[in-house]
Unconditional design. Sequence first.
Length: 183
Amino acid sequence: MKTLLVTGGTGGLGSAVVPRLSRDYHCVLMRHGETPKLEGPLSGVVSLAGGFEPGSSTGAFEKMLEANLLSLTRALDLALSHIEDGGRIIAMSSAASLTRPPGLGAYTAAKSALNALVLTLAHDLAARRITANALLPTTLATAPMRSQMPENKLVPLDRVAEWIAFLLSDHGSGVTGQLITLA
């Protein structure tokens, strides 16, 4: 069975994605502050880790960069030499990185930086046929958001899980360097 390194696998989104991916992969969860032991080759990295905080203060920027960008860079530091040729990198970004709504300076900047990293990785890793893509959902149907927005305005978590499964599959091998918006 192929192995994936998954960040953020214990959160709300992870509760839908990890069980779906576990049908086809052995998922090694990378928890905040922990460094899992990697034994053998990886098929890829799936970065579900992230956070949300409004504002543009220095504190907000530090939190958002840590949660939304550095969580992926730490995973890549650990995993990149283990990812086999033809592997995958998939990161969760946000449609807010494109629409830039008011009051979310730190959040949108962190997600925009994540997008730039993913697009750069697609070029850097092309010779190894490692794809790198980001999914940019509007608003995820997590427990906190279900009480704030109508269900028809939320992106179902199982839809995200299926997109990730597709990008990991052989059918997704030709998709790289893409920022895929999910509504």
